[in-house]
Design a protein around this ligand. Sequence first.
Ligand code: DAH
Length: 334
Amino acid sequence: MTTSSLSQIETELAALKTTALESIANLSDLESLEQVRINYLGKKGQLSVVLRGMGQLGADDRPRIGALANEVKESLQTLLDDKKSQLQAALIQSQLAAETLDVTMPGIYRPQGRVHPLTGMIDRVIDIFVGLGYTVADGTEMETDYYNFEALNTPPDHPARDMQDTFYLPDGNLLRTHTSAVQIRYMEENDPPIRVVAPGRCYRRDTVDATHAAVFHQIELLAVDEGLTFTDLKGTIKEFLREMFGDLPIRFRTSYFPFTEPSAEVDVQWQGKWLEVLGCGMVDPNVLKSVGYDPEIYTGFAAGFGVERFAMVLHQIDDIRRFYNSDLRFLRQF
Ligand code: DAH
């Protein structure tokens, strides 16, 4: 081991201080700062190495070197601390700069979607009936003859079948011609009291024109309970039409449907003209029997109407085909 003299250690400490100051001054990031700290001030750092030579000094010289070493250590530590806060501040600055929002940049155009007018109409009707205590039911678009006709008191040779020109499928099933089929499906699965509203797509072999579509939408209404009367039907329809069209005159005209007895059609006086808006009636006892309800105990009322028709009246739309053309200029209006 080389012998260290007092002046040698002093020189070494001074040199160490000079190079350390230089390295600290040149630091540009926090990781190298930590490296520099360990290099000079760590347990096995350069300062410790120099001080190891102290062992060979006389007892008189040691305090002097000790004081000098402390001074070097403290000034390095202070510089390191200052540098550290500088680098941290700079880091935050650069992060802020990178995240700056340029509020003058043009935005990205995100077209806003809209509810299709038919969906909007269905939602509105459902809202009204939910407010009256009804729940929503649905069935299937492909139906059997039984659900679409037979259980609805419309046997195969019944003349009323001609009212609804039907799409038959090769397997003998059919595309439902009305949502009335849901009545049977729902009653088969549930016991009275019943209050349901059933929106859905229907199909008929109609020649397409301004007021006819082969695919269209209906909403069905069904209530079954003990003691329901035609008055309940009238009150319900009246309230529904009032919420839908406003406080307009309405009238019930006698009509015929196989699944209701008595039956009625309802007109609304809309812009001075009587406009037919729905069919309804008291559920025929035969229909109740077909689902195993006792018509001596239960009575019911039902109604059905076209969603397109409602939407056309309320939005003043002249051609039913506009609903299906996907013309955005049309759809954006709703
Ligand atoms: N299903 C009939 C149609 O499509 C509409 C209808 C009339 C439904 C009277 C009913 C009803 O529930 O009671 O023309």
